[in-house]
Design a protein around this ligand. Structure first.
Ligand code: F6R
Length: 620
């Protein structure tokens, strides 16, 4: 949440900062701002609203210079006003900072600073850090007037950080040390791009693409001092750190929109490829199993586990529910799916024989990270299923599986969901084959998995039909999404997609559970979306459809071609390919993603930047 950029070198800094903020906008888009140092002065431009509006402001009032920081905000403390936008100046403008995270003790610090005479211009917790930084700087200057300015500034930063409770990714510039940026992290990610006589900073690697391939991921409690000729990283308690430079393998094409009007649509259509990439090199025909390197556990160790806990938030949690069914069916491993936000504060009995997986697209979700750390604190190895390479969860996990889905920029998760389900199928196959899943069963699963990219391609053919149906249903204000077994999590995911991007109230339920309460919602004004492809209990779901129709509820059904029974009952049918039940989420998610996309467009919503949301939720 919130995006940070920084640059020091010889480029024109405003251009890099604005382009970087544009790429980070998915992290928050309530307001944006930049600060640049030039001729010994810090200048700030900031504005409530999108980065585009900031760019307009910078065009009218340009900023020239070669060192600067920027921020795109997802509001936590204080409304979305110009004044609450970052960067924030501290003292009398001798310090400027941008911050991602939450400073929990901001209130008491603010009172102390007010008593010292500091004047606040915003309601943010960040301005507290800015003034505190200015305060420590002035104290340190009095005590150490002879030392190099950068050392004094670094001490001021460390003294300030010592007093902050909460989380931060923070970048600071000092008017009197005009060639230096100091940045630090505790709980909110920061990556440093290493160029030739230039350095870049960002909350994730997307702003660095096209600028440099060499990156260093700052770890918690590390602080970095950057100027055009060098970088020094130190752990705040243990001292100097030798940076490990890694290579980014993303290419700019991954973050370009191409011919698509929105990232969400682009990412929906990328799913045949992203699912293929999730499986690439991971299917072993000879042994009829999956090949999963990176778990850092031997087959012998893996066989000793007798329970699995999957923890995640939002869409990733829905993928986890599919994972539960898969792991129990293929590997007969009792599996629980826990909301990370609950797990982190509960004290569930996790034994040495429980295998814990954190599922996350971004690898930065605060609750998922905290739940993982809590499990690790108790001595349990925790593995990750993650998309963003080098993200905090991927780095801190004891092992894991990458999705290889490429950057997901649209705020509503689409391709990450199907990649997570694919990886969970591989995991279930792998763990199943080292238990009692037979060779022929493994072979059959592999064959079906191999067909999935083609089946998803086929599912995408419903696009025009979904567009038509969207026009008919876009004006409704309540929806039910109903499915059973593997399609129950798909129903939850379909409802979440609709809620988050079109602001329509939607509920996902196991279809049969509907009659225990939600059926009271059914009337002519409440459409139900039934996920009812072929399968063992399809007749039961058809009965649930009848129950809705009997109460005059409009019915949209996702069904396989030629299903006369469904066609007879439903008002509108969307065709999905016929695949094995355990792979149905991979094809049934597609029309639901498209349905929410088109309904949101018809209602004039911003599909890639839905209100109140941010892509990566790095606060509690
Ligand atoms: C929904 C969505 C969110 C995320 C959730 C977890 O479309 O994107 O519900 O799934 O915030 O995010 P990750 O997977 O990055 O941990």
């Amino acid at each position: 949440m919130c995006g940070i950029v920084g640059y020091v070198g010889s480029r024109s800094v405003s251009e890099f900062l604005l382009e970087g903020l544009h790429r980070l906008e998915y992290r928050g888009y309530d307001s944006a701002g930049i600060a640049v140092i030039s001729d010994g002065e810090i200048s700030v431009r900031k504005k409530a609203g999108r980065v585009m509006e900031l760019a307009r402001l910078v065009e009218e009032q340009p900023l020239f210079g070669n060192i600067g920081i920027g921020h795109t905000r997802w509001a936590t403390h204080g409304e979305t006003t110009d004044a609450n936008s970052h960067p924030h100046l501290g003292g009398n403008g001798e310090v400027v900072i941008v911050h991602n995270g939450v400073i929990e003790n901001h209130d008491s610090l603010r009172n102390q600073l007010i008593a010292l005479g500091y004047v606040f211009h915003s309601q943010t917790d960040t301005e507290v850090a800015a003034h505190l930084m200015a305060h420590h700087l002035s104290e340190q200057l009095k005590l150490n007037s002879d030392e190099p300015c950068v050392d004094t500034c670094l001490r001021a930063v460390n003294l300030t950080l010592d007093r902050l409770k909460g989380t931060y990714g923070i970048c600071v510039m000092f008017r009197d040390c005009p060639d230096t940026i100091i940045a630090a992290r505790s709980g909110s990610p920061l990556v440093i791009g290493v160029g030739k006589n230039e350095y870049f900073l960002a909350s994730d690697s997307s702003p660095l693409i096209g600028c440099t391939q060499d990156v260093v991921y700052l770890a918690d409690n590390e602080v970095v001092v950057l100027n055009a000729t060098g970088m020094k990283i130190a752990h705040r308690t243990t001292g100097r750190v030798q940076p490990s430079i890694q290579t980014l393998d993303q290419v700019s094409a991954d973050i370009d929109l191409g011919n698509y009007p929105h990232y969400m649509l682009k990412e929906i259509f990328e799913q045949p490829t992203s699912v293929e990439n999730a499986m690439r090199g991971r299917l072993d025909e000879g042994e009829a199993t999956a090949v999963i390197g990176g778990l850092n556990l031997t087959a012998q160790q893996l066989r000793t586990f007798d329970r699995v806990v999957l923890t995640a938030c939002g869409t990733s949690w829905h993928a986890g529910l599919v994972g539960e069914y898969l792991l129990e069916e293929f590997a007969r491993l009792p599996t629980e799916v826990e909301y990370a936000s609950e797990l982190r504060y509960r004290n569930p009995p996790i034994s040495d024989r429980t295998l814990v997986f954190s599922i996350t697209q971004s690898g930065e979700t605060a609750d998922t990270l905290a739940a993982m750390r809590e499990c690790q604190r108790k001595g349990h190895p925790t593995l990750s299923i993650c998309n963003v390479v080098g993200s905090t969860i991927a780095r801190e996990a004891d092992g894991g599986i990458y999705l290889h889905a490429g950057p997901e920029i649209g705020v509503a998760s689409t391709k990450a969901f199907t990649s997570q389900v694919t990886v969970l199928s591989l995991l279930a196959l792998y763990l199943g084959r080292m238990r009692h899943l037979s060779y022929p069963a493994g072979k059959r699963i592999i064959k079906q998995l191999r067909e999935m990219p083609e089946k998803i391609e086929e599912a995408l053919k419903c696009h025009e039909r979904v567009q038509e149906i969207s026009e008919k249903y876009a004006h409704f204000n309540n929806f039910l999404y109903l499915g059973r077994l593997y399609n129950f999590p798909v129903a939850l995911e379909g409802a979440l997609k609709l809620k988050e991007i079109s602001y329509i109230h939607a509920e996902g339920y196991p279809a049969a559970e509907m009659k225990h309460g939600p059926i009271a919602l059914v009337d002519e004004q409440t459409p139900s979306v039934f996920i009812v492809p072929k399968g063992g209990i399809q007749p039961k779901v058809i009965s649930n459809m009848e129950e809705v129709k009997a109460r005059r509820g409009p019915v949209i059904a996702l069904a396989c071609e030629g299903d006369k029974e469904v066609e007879r009952i439903a008002d509108d049918v969307i065709i999905v390919p016929d695949v094995e039940e355990y792979l149905q989420p991979l094809v049934c998610a597609i029309p639901l993603q498209l349905l929410s996309y088109h309904i949101a467009l018809l209602r004039g919503c911003n599909v890639d930047r839905p209100r109140n949301l941010a892509k990566s939720v790095t606060v509690e």
